[in-house]
Ligand binder design. Structure first.
Ligand SMILES: Cc1cc2nc3c(=O)[nH]c(=O)nc-3n(C[C@H](O)[C@H](O)[C@H](O)COP(=O)(O)O)c2cc1C
Ligand code: SF4
Ligand code: SF4
Length: 252
């Protein structure tokens, strides 16, 4: 029986949830590579099935997620690619993910864009993936299983542009409330950019920080958050512009 390999980079945990939902439709032993915690080289065997999820950051794959995924070699392993976004736009992220996988020796048989709660603007896509999304994710997984059984490859063209859109760093500040920080250093350990100094979890080096949200989500005290004038000014405008529900799309 094939091993089912779950691979994701998921700072606020929704991409993990989507990958696990797809995976729940498959039989077989499960192996999980959480790329926030896994930064090593790895080779899969051609008999495995990989379900690979990445969040969309500024229309691209997060740089750290990309760098970590590039260390994983497929050796012709079948792969399902998922770009998970916050109801705004996917731009070139799914194309970028599919191309990274192919370059690393994966045989991509299907791909999807899924919608989840926006990890920065928390008024967008609240509660997603919801029960309707889960139903569609299960439908997608069943189509993938059908393709594996029939040996079909990916036939659909993946939308996106080459060269990919330039990655734009967001201008928002991340602050930490010293009065509630418990100095557990979980944020220091999880930060993929080493943007929080080892001896000072109150600070964030905004030149290094990708605004990925991992430190905000891991903090047991809710001490870290987006803040500042640029963020407060953008939030209502962004939330109103992206209030219309977008749906999961399959590429088979
Ligand atoms: C730095 C950053 C940039 C983002 N850019 C986009 C984007 O271009 N389009 C979009 O729809 N959502 C965007 N989002 C929202 C995430 O793609 C979305 O919330 C996703 O569910 C996050 O996945 P995670 O929960 O696994 O971290 C962005 C989030 C972050 C943190
Ligand atoms: S400091 Fe920035 S890069 Fe580091 S975990 Fe927090 S949001 Fe992500
Ligand atoms: S995770 Fe939260 S409580 Fe722990 S050190 Fe970081 S900011 Fe402080």
């Amino acid at each position: 029986m094939s091993n089912v390999i779950e691979v994701f980079f998921s700072p606020s945990s929704t991409t993990k949830k989507v990958v696990e939902q797809v995976s729940s439709n498959f039989d077989g032993n499960k192996e999980t590579y959480d790329l926030l915690n896994f930064n090593d080289s790895k080779e899969f065997s051609g008999t495995d099935i990989a379900i690979v999820g990445m969040p969309v950051f500024a229309g691209r794959i997060p740089k750290s997620g990309r760098a970590r995924l590039e260390k994983i070699k497929g050796n012709n392993t079948k792969a399902i690619a998922i770009a998970n976004y916050g109801n705004a736009h996917v731009s070139d992220a799914l194309l970028e993910l599919v191309e990274i996988l192919r370059e690393n020796g994966f045989d991509v048989l299907a791909a999807a864009t899924t919608v989840s709660h926006h990890s920065i603007f928390d008024g967008v896509a609240v509660g997603r993936p919801d029960s309707d999304d889960i139903e569609k994710i299960n439908e997608f997984a069943k189509k993938c299983i059908g393709k594996i059984e029939s040996g079909e490859s990916l036939e659909s063209e993946i939308p996106g542009n080459k060269p990919y859109v330039d990655y734009k760093q967001l201008p928002f500040e991340i602050s930490c409330d010293e009065s509630i920080c418990a100095f557990c250093y979980d944020c220091v350990s999880i930060c993929p950019e080493k943007a929080i100094p080892d001896d000072d979890p109150i600070s964030t080096d905004l030149d290094l920080c990708s605004r990925c949200t991992a430190c905000i989500n891991i903090c047991p005290e809710d001490a870290r958050k987006f803040s500042g004038d640029a963020f407060e000014a953008k939030k209502p405008e962004f939330e109103s512009a992206n209030s219309e529900r977008k749906e999961i799309e399959f590429f088979l």
